[in-house]
Structure formats: structure tokens, C-alpha cells
Design a protein around this ligand. Structure first.
Ligand code: NAD
Length: 423
């Protein structure tokens, strides 16, 4: 295939990583050149201005995005991110990863992603609500229950989803629960959705630990990020008896090699809005958490955290990627050389989209399931995918990421082959 020309998406390192991963898997799969080329780009991308009246009367204009990578297996699905680094390239890369993730999990979805370049931390609830409603109005063309179904991601939560659903519903004159997932329970959310990504991670970590002959009851765990994903992983593993030795968020971290009291940390974080300053451990500086000796490292914050600069110093046996794209391809190679088992993002953090799928199905039918049913169906799907990935990795002598990408990409490519290119 001819060398690829630089596009407007390439300014994002995550996009370049996503292309590198796609190209590697495509080569191993012997993918048709036309389908491979198509998969490198989004099907459609919308860039919008989001003028927002701030509480002091000023109007700030934020830039927002919504990207659909492909619609070959069904409507698109993917989160909405509020973060200063959100860009067209980053959102497009994340939409592509969502395609592989949904496909790997056997869900009837293509990948999508959206976001607004903003810092939600200092914004008031009223400002966030105005920005969210205007963003929703701007991307209305691209979302809908059988078109594209957003969900929470970095910097967004259940409340954000409720505002999006309400804004959409106002234009339709009726309630439309299927337009977003990750909603509050009272307005059509699913039992278990809030914990789903963290719970899914714990299911795959348990399975990987079994493969690595590691007893999770004695294992030491370090977690970067204490938001929706990181806090749930910390809680569930702590309840299983593991020693969570370190946790960090954007404001700082805390370490205790004898194990943190996660119940007490939870209360501290709720009051202080950070894990930093927790009295049950020592303060931890910046990225030091990643390099602590531990059995399982869970990056559950931002992309691009484990790179060629620090991969040499990672001393975990297992890296379970809660975040999307936390490891660069160069770091992947170094970790593999050191015998670190990396459970890739599209497998490790797929619990969120699996339960989002359950929420969507429940919303379309107005029939809601018990949390125990949701958790056991999630466990079944994610462990089945883990075992398929492990089997292929062993058969072809590749790492888990390559195997997961091969499985995810192959199903999408087969869909293109069956449907053909229009016209
Ligand atoms: P969140 O906004 O709830 O939490 C993010 C956490 O990361 C916060 O604790 C924040 O303080 C911390 N953080 C930010 N910058 C940091 C830094 N430099 N060092 C350490 N910590 C930092 O977000 P979330 O929903 O928990 O998502 C976290 C990651 O998981 C993202 O990469 C997201 O794409 C991915 N993910 C989320 C879901 C989901 O269902 N929420 C599903 C799949 C993947």
C-alpha cells in the first residue's frame, strides 16, 4: 500500500497510534487494500461552535466534535469527553477504537466519539448545563436512538447524559430513552451501568491473574485516575481482598505499601474532591505511581501515559488499561520485552459499552433487568472475548493487543465485504 499522506487528523498522537495499530493488524489479517484504506478515516465528522453564556455574563465559545467511524454493523456508539485536549484527531482516533471494541465484544454497533474542548473542573453546574444543551443542539443531526448513541467519558457523567436526553426529547416532543446511555436510573438508566467499566476491568484482571498464576487476594494494585473507572476498580478489588497500594488523580496521589483503606479514601475523596491529602498514606508526586513496584497497574485516566520515556521503569506484572490509549506502540514493545502482560483497552475497558448496550436494549423495550442479571451477562460477554483474544494470541504468537485488534478489525472488514461499497 502507498505511504499515507498526512491528514487533518494526524496532529493527534492518539490518531497516529490508532493508525499504526490498524496497519499492523491489517497486515497480519491480509486485509483487502480498499477496505483497509477506508478504515483509516471516519465515515463522517462534525465540528461545531458551542457559544455558552458563563455565570459572569461573558459568552465563551467552545469547540465541539462528533465523529462516526463506521456504520457497517449498526448505529454508532461512543462517549462524550470534556477535556482541554479534545481535538478532531483525538476524537477520530477514539471513534476508531470504539469500532474495534464494539466489534470485539460482538455488539451491533459502529464506533463514534464526541467531545468539547473545555476544562469542566472550574465550570459551575449551570455553565455545564448550558454548554451541554447547546452542544447537543449542534450535533443533533448526528445523534438518535437508531443513528448514534452517546455515553459518558472523561469529564462527563450521568447528569450530562440526562441533559442531552432532555434536550433531544424537547425537539421530539416525547421522551426518547434510547438516545443516550449512562443515564441516571430514574430516567431510564440501567442498574450497574455506573460501575460497569470498572467491574468489567475486574473480571478481565481476575482472568489474566489466573493465567499468570497470580492470587489476587495477595496482589498489590496501583491505580492512576480516581473517577468513574478508577474508583470502582479500587473499591471492587479492595473488597476482593487485594492490596490497593496507590491511587492518584489530577490533583495528586497517595501511597501505602501495606494497602490503603479504600472505604476511608472514598469518604476523603468525596469531601476533598481529590485523593491527595488522604491521611492513610504518604503523598505521591505526579506520574510516580506508574513506576511503583506492584502486581497490577491500572492506568484509568488519560491517554499516552506509558511511553518510551517511562516504559523501562514500569515494574508491574500486569497492566490493565482502564483508560483509552494509555500505552504508546513504542512502550508496548518495551513492556513485551520485559514480560509485562498488557490487557489492551478495547478488551479491558469494554464493560462500559457492554452495559450501555444492555441499557439501550432495555430503553427500547421499556423493560428493565435486575443488576444481578446485568452483571452476569457482562461477565459472560467480557470473559468470552478475553478467552477468544488469548486463544488467538497463543495461536499466532502475538500479544493480547494485536490479537484483540485482529478480532475487532476482522469483523468490521467482513461487514464491509458483505455489504460492499455504495454505490
Ligand atoms: P472521570 O472524568 O470520571 O475520571 C478521570 C480521573 O482521572 C479523575 O480522577 C481525574 O482527576 C484523573 N486524572 C486526570 N488527569 C490525570 C493525571 N494527569 N494523572 C492522574 N490522574 C488524572 O473519567 P472516567 O470516566 O473514569 O474515564 C477515565 C478513562 O477511562 C478515560 O480514558 C476514558 O476514556 C476511559 N473509559 C471510560 C469509560 C466509562 O464508562 N466512563 C469507559 C471506557 C473507557
Amino acid at each position: 500500500m502507498a505511504p499515507r499522506e498526512e491528514t487533518q487528523f494526524d496532529s493527534s498522537p492518539l490518531y497516529r497510534t490508532a493508525i499504526q495499530q490498524l496497519d499492523g493488524a491489517a497486515k497480519r489479517l491480509g486485509l483487502d487494500a480498499g477496505i483497509h484504506e477506508r478504515l483509516r478515516y471516519p465515515r463522517r465528522a462534525l465540528v461545531v461552535s458551542v457559544p455558552t453564556v458563563m455565570d459572569d455574563g461573558r459568552t465563551e465559545v467552545f469547540i465541539g466534535y462528533r465523529v462516526h467511524h463506521n456504520t457497517i454493523l449498526g448505529p454508532t456508539k461512543g462517549g462524550i469527553r470534556y477535556h482541554p485536549a479534545v481535538s478532531l484527531g483525538e476524537v477520530s482516533a477514539l471513534a476508531m477504537l470504539m469500532s474495534w471494541k464494539c466489534s470485539l465484544m460482538g455488539l451491533p454497533y459502529g464506533g463514534a466519539k464526541g467531545g468539547v474542548a473545555c476544562d469542566p473542573g472550574p465550570m459551575s453546574q449551570r455553565e455545564l448545563e448550558r454548554m451541554t444543551r447547546r452542544y447537543t443542539a449542534e450535533v443533533m443531526l448526528l445523534i438518535g436512538p437508531d443513528l448514534d448513541i452517546p455515553a459518558p467519558d472523561l469529564g462527563t457523567n450521568e447528569q450530562t447524559m440526562a441533559w442531552i436526553m432532555d434536550t433531544y426529547a424537547m425537539t421530539q416532543g416525547r421522551t426518547v430513552p434510547g438516545v443516550v446511555t449512562g443515564k441516571p436510573l430514574l430516567v431510564g438508566g440501567s442498574a450497574g451501568r455506573r460501575e460497569a467499566t470498572g467491574r468489567g476491568l475486574v473480571y478481565v484482571i481476575s482472568q489474566a491473574a489466573r493465567e499468570a498464576r497470580l492470587d489476587l487476594k495477595d496482589a498489590s494494585i496501583a491505580i492512576q485516575g480516581y473517577g468513574n473507572v478508577g474508583s470502582v476498580v479500587a473499591h471492587l478489588l479492595w473488597r476482593e481482598g487485594s492490596k490497593v497500594i496507590a491511587v492518584a488523580d489530577a490533583k495528586g496521589g497517595v501511597v501505602n505499601t501495606r494497602g490503603l483503606d479504600i472505604g476511608a479514601l472514598w469518604n476523603h475523596a468525596r469531601e476533598a474532591d481529590t485523593v491527595a491529602g488522604f491521611a492513610g498514606g504518604e503523598p505521591l508526586e505526579g506520574d510516580d505511581l506508574l513506576e511503583l513496584p506492584c502486581d497490577v497497574l491500572v492506568p484509568a485516566a488519560l491517554g499516552g501515559q506509558i511511553t518510551s520515556k517511562n516504559a523501562d521503569r514500569i515494574r508491574a506484572r500486569i497492566v490493565a488499561e482502564g483508560a483509552n490509549g494509555p500505552t504508546t506502540p513504542e512502550a508496548d514493545a518495551i513492556l513485551a520485552e520485559h514480560g509485562v502482560l498488557v490487557i489492551p483497552d478495547i478488551l479491558a475497558n469494554a464493560g462500559g459499552v457492554v452495559v450501555s448496550y444492555f441499557e439501550w436494549v432495555q430503553g427500547l423495550q421499556y423493560y428493565f433487568w435486575r443488576e444481578s442479571e446485568i452483571n452476569s451477562r457482562l461477565q459472560e460477554l467480557i470473559i468470552r472475548a478475553f478467552n477468544q483474544v488469548l486463544t488467538l494470541a497463543r495461536r499466532d504468537g502475538v500479544d493480547l493487543r494485536t490479537a484483540a485488534l485482529m478480532l475487532g478489525i476482522r469483523r468490521v472488514a467482513d461487514g464491509f465485504k458483505i455489504r460492499g461499497f455504495y454505490p
